[in-house]
Write a protein that binds this ligand. Structure first.
Ligand SMILES: *Cc1c(COP(=O)(O)O)cnc(C)c1O
Length: 345
């Protein structure tokens, strides 16, 4: 599959590491009564470029290239109050000499605090040009179009990056990741049996799926929902994978059964902490000194741990966890991740 015909900017230095997690694997195995526990590997997409990396960086390499090709001077995007995506988009804008504006959706009412820590702090440090806050359920595309219209009145040109950077162009970033993984499996002599990936706005899961099918990589992808159950999440992922495949000209119908996700670890609500997330964040920090985040990767790793304990993975199966980043928001949830706050299971 040839990605070279799509314009791309580069925000990272080379491939992110693919590593085995020996101490985490041992600790997980000791806590698995059934199945025996898999060997856990990690793809360090938390080490991508932009302050700091995470999965949005891969999508932005293609999205910002498109914005530049269209002559935009301002990136407009949207997200939650602790959005990694907004922070990464702002960071890419700075590197390109563009301005950046956000529309922030208060998915949890009252959750936007101008002086909050984590990504919110970084919005201010990096100097977002303007941000507006809208209530949960607002039409985010319309709100962003309004910002674009305001810019147009001043003779400027905005480019709308969709929420999470998840459209066909953004999904190309994870097609590139699929190709990078294929190369690493070959070079490092690693045989991965299953991959666990977060599933939110779906560009990561859907892009990887299109990349795997397009490159005939036969490893099942297991999505862990961060905001939806499979009945709502799987159609989104399927649509994204199909859009990416179409953009690539693959002439392929994505089989519906290639999309699989679990929704057991995101409750009580998107971004609201639970006990399983805290266990996952602490376990990876204390066995491998790798930081997860409370909103996404902590819950996604809780999914991997939970599936292992259910016996979903066979003993000695090689399971790869895609670390999609997010560490800055740890600082907005310090007392929760330290276990100092009572949380739902
Ligand atoms: C956005 C995000 C995800 C979810 O990825 P999608 O492509 O939106 O499904 C997972 N982890 C982190 C850290 C994120 O910021």
């Amino acid at each position: 599959m040839d990605l070279s015909r799509f314009p791309r900017r580069r925000y990272s230095h080379g491939a992110t590491p693919l590593e085995f997690l020996p101490h985490f694997t041992k600790a997980l195995r000791a806590s698995c009564d059934v199945g025996g526990g898999p060997n856990v590997w990690i793809k360090r997409d938390d080490m991508l470029g932009l302050t700091p990396g995470g999965n949005k960086t891969r999508k932005l390499e293609f999205l910002v290239a498109d914005a530049l090709a269209q002559g935009a001077d301002t990136l407009i995007t949207c997200g939650a109050p602790q959005s990694n995506h907004c922070r990464a988009t702002l960071s890419a804008a700075i590197k390109e000499g563009l301005k950046c504006r956000f529309v922030i959706e208060e998915r949890v009412p009252g959750s936007y605090k101008p002086d909050a820590s984590g990504n919110n702090f970084l919005f201010r440090l990096l100097g977002v040009e303007a941000l507006s806050v809208v209530p949960a359920g607002s039409n985010m595309l319309e709100a962003m179009q309004q910002v674009a219209a305001e810019l147009a009145k001043e003779g400027r040109k905005g480019y709308i990056v969709p929420g999470g950077g998840s459209n066909a162009i953004g999904g190309l970033g994870y097609v590139a990741c699929a190709q990078e993984l294929q190369q690493q499996f070959f070079e490092q002599g690693v045989q991965i049996d299953k991959i666990v990936v977060g599933s939110g706005s779906s560009g990561t899961h859907g892009g990887l799926l299109a990349g795997f099918l397009g490159n005939r990589i036969n490893i099942p992808l297991i999505g862990i929902g961060v905001s939806r159950d499979p009945a709502d999440q799987d159609p989104l992922v399927h649509k994204e994978a199909q859009a990416v495949a179409d953009l690539l000209g693959l002439d392929m119908t994505i089989p519906r059964e290639a999309v699989l996700s679990f929704g057991d670890w995101w409750r009580p609500k998107y971004s609201v902490p639970n006990q399983a997330m805290v266990e996952a964040v602490q376990l990876l920090a204390r066995t491998e000194a790798i930081l997860l985040d409370p909103v996404y990767t902590g819950k996604i790793m809780a999914g991997l741990i939970g599936l292992a304990r259910r016996g979903f993975f066979k003993r000695d199966e090689n399971v790869l966890f895609i670390h999609t980043g997010g560490a800055p928001s740890l600082h907005a949830y310090e007392s929760e991740v330290l276990g100092l706050t009572r949380l739902p299971a």
